[in-house]
Design a protein. Structure first.
Length: 71
């Protein structure tokens, strides 16, 4: 089952990076039967055409879970 992680932004706000994050979607594959696990891929949105760009890339930024864990 896919989860919806959020991107962890750097302490310094960068409006150009923020716009890039708004224009993309992260797809997380937690279990891959014959290969690597926990793969995060990023795809550009093209919702005006009801589609995504098929040329995705591996996520370079650090992701955080959707839940907060207290120690």
């Amino acid at each position: 089952m896919a989860r919806c992680p959020a991107l962890c932004l750097d302490p310094e706000f960068n409006p150009y990076q923020a716009q890039r994050f708004r224009d993309s979607v992260i797809l997380s594959v937690e279990k891959n039967r014959g290969g690597q696990t926990s793969v995060d891929l990023e795809f550009q949105k093209h919702f005006e055409y009801s589609c995504f760009d098929a040329n995705g890339r591996a996520v370079q930024e650090k992701l955080i879970e959707e839940r907060l864990y207290n120690d």
